[in-house]
Design a protein around this ligand. Structure first.
Ligand SMILES: Nc1ncnc2c1ncn2[C@@H]1O[C@H](COP(=O)(O)OP(=O)(O)O)[C@@H](O)[C@H]1O
Ligand SMILES: [Mg+2]
Length: 236
């Protein structure tokens, strides 16, 4: 079994509030997964439970065959899992260049595919803003910087939680293009996004959460051919 991430029977709570109710979920090498569902269904909590930011009460989080349940975000990230949370979280008082350089490291297999130079080529907008402080960037540029910073760690899995949320359509389009490049580079990823049409253009397999349970798992092809499978679970 060579899953990069393998979650089994996961239950997570906030206090008495039972948010994840027995989630099974895995990510294999070279696989791009879409995670969808309305607001408040538990998508971010699932990602935080994988990253060690929320301690699951029951169930197991295996990373590359190691039981990492309850381990720290630092230990999880060292196994090659990069997480770009909802909302941005850049170092506002560092320049674009400093934000990127600080994150640089080789991957778990020694891979150095994503260098500073490659990130600059991939995000020409950032290249124009190298000496700007993080605070001076637009929302879209901040999002590109957080993704660029995650790529600089040369992860095996890139997790993007609502990366296009609140961005102008043109900027969102650039983010989607970057998701394609990441996929083509052979890196696995988990993409959380509201726009299932965009998501399924990038992903292989998709999961939909309703109230902390997986209610649908389907390939992107299945969803594109049968939108009625997914539309009842999305929108308002
Ligand atoms: N830090 C928290 N404390 C308490 N409840 C939370 C917290 N974060 C999220 N929740 C609740 O957990 C549920 C799932 O939230 P979340 O995982 O953020 O959903 P999604 O990412 O799908 O929008 C929601 O009911 C939300 O209000
Ligand atoms: Mg969320």
């Amino acid at each position: 079994m060579n899953h990069l991430i393998d979650v089994q029977g996961l239950h997570s709570f906030y206090g008495e509030s039972h948010v994840l109710r027995g989630i099974d979920f895995h990510v294999s090498p070279v696989e791009t997964i879409g995670l969808m569902g309305r607001n408040g269904m538990g998508k971010s909590t699932l990602l935080k439970s994988v990253m060690g930011l929320v301690k699951p009460r029951r169930g197991v989080v295996n990373i590359k065959g190691k039981n990492m349940t309850g381990h720290s975000p630092y230990q999880i990230s060292n196994l090659g899992i990069a997480y770009v949370p909802e909302g941005r979280g850049i170092f506002g008082n560092l320049s674009v260049k400093e934000n990127l350089i600080m994150a640089a490291r080789s991957g778990t297999q020694g891979q150095m595919d994503w260098t500073y130079e490659r990130v600059m080529e991939t995000f020409p907008r950032l290249a124009e803003r190298l000496n700007h402080g993080g605070q001076q960037l637009s929302g879209g540029e901040q999002q590109m910087l957080t993704i660029g910073r995650a790529l600089m760690t040369n992860p095996d899995v890139l997790i993007l939680d609502e990366a296009t949320e609140g961005l102008a359509p043109l900027i969102a389009k650039e983010i989607w293009k970057i998701c394609s490049l990441v996929r083509e580079s052979g890196m696995s990823s988990i993409i959380v996004d509201k726009n299932w049409q965009h998501v399924t253009q990038i992903t292989n397999r998709n999961l939909v959460l309703v109230k902390g349970e997986v209610v649908l798992e389907a390939t992107s092809e299945q969803l594109q051919q049968n939108p009625q499978l997914i539309t009842p679970y999305l929108g308002v």
